[in-house]
Design a binder for this molecule. Sequence first.
Ligand code: ADP
Ligand code: MG
Length: 414
Amino acid sequence: EPPSPEAVSQALHDVFGFPGFRGVQDQVVGRVLQGQSTLAVMPTGAGKSLTYQLPAVLLPGTCVVVSPLIALMHDQLRSATANGIRAATLTSADENRGETMDRFRAGELDLLYVAPERASQPHFRELLSQSRIALFAIDEAHCVSEWGHDFRPDYRLLKPLLDMFPQVPRLALTATADHHTRTDILAQLGIAEDGLIVAGFDRPNIRYTIRPRDNAMRQLKAVLDENPGPGIIYAPTRARVEQLAESLASATGRRVLPYHAGLPPEVRARNQAAFVASEDMVMVATVAFGMGIDKPDVRFVAHAGIPKSIEGYYQETGRAGRDGDPSVAVMFWGADDFARARQRLSEVDPQRQQNERQRLESLAGLVETADCRRAVLLRHFGEEPSARCGNCDNCLEPADVIDATTIAQKLLSA
Ligand code: ADP
Ligand code: MG
């Protein structure tokens, strides 16, 4: 018997402090509470966590959450615990694993966060079979697909594990999945096709601008001068991150810090915490930065080079304006970006080449279009947008794009 609608809205209010559901949350939660496996595709900031945390509170047994990063798990753990939810992580970094396993077996946990590589460990399988599982939630589920932009081989180990518990519903969650990736996630996680729920992708408060790069420093400085609020600049390499952070700090007098996987963990943690707390800081980062960071007031996201794909672009720019206030996304692309990406294409194994080539072509389409950027983005995710959004460079200054178009065409035909 699923919980009554009254019990659901009471938990929503009492545990999470929300007056109601947002968007498709109620559909997703409704399916999960009825034991139906689901893939929910919801944009960043749409509130995916609630769709498993609420069932975790309401259903008997524990919701086991698969999450790709320890930092992500700890963020989630902190906010769940702050809401009075009984939650724990089970990772190699945790010293209290024995205690956590005891609580899990004793039914004293609502949520248990684990990394995907646990799935192949016999010990973990045994632990699961000794415990009562309410739900499997698979966060960042695009990691299971080679079509996705962030493939993690460990995610492929999940299905055999999930199949050991056929009576437990599965909830896969992702922010960005085009048609191919969605179909693949459903297959890879054994979820029926009618279990797909897709939320609208439009982020109307984000203004998209994509420009050829002539002088990156000057262009980025202008972005910083025009946008005094917190912002993220994505740069392609660690060296470039450090260099831009330093130059922009001295050129603008603003607080600009670097973030990339080559920095010591404590420096990364410190810079991230400073950014989340700040109202005017700029983070120059590689794509290692951003996943799972809950900072609603990011006012701009700038790309100092091209992202890997439209999915990557959408996800990275989607970190701007989660509070719904006006925000900007600016990309400065160069001929060398596309040359390097093509070079990389020739190095990947033939099986994936076609796939990667398509992703690069889609991205080039977004860069070179004279049409509405938002329309191109939304169509990529299967939505049928209106012709012009009025809030991107091509809608606001239509004349400027002709140059960029011819340049991009030359780049891509080589
Ligand atoms: P996602 O994982 O989809 O990017 P999160 O689960 O991190 O998003 O939620 C984003 C923000 O939205 C969080 O600050 C969360 O507290 C808030 N939120 C989620 N659901 C609701 C809701 N129904 N009403 C108000 N705020 C919500
Ligand atoms: Mg999330």
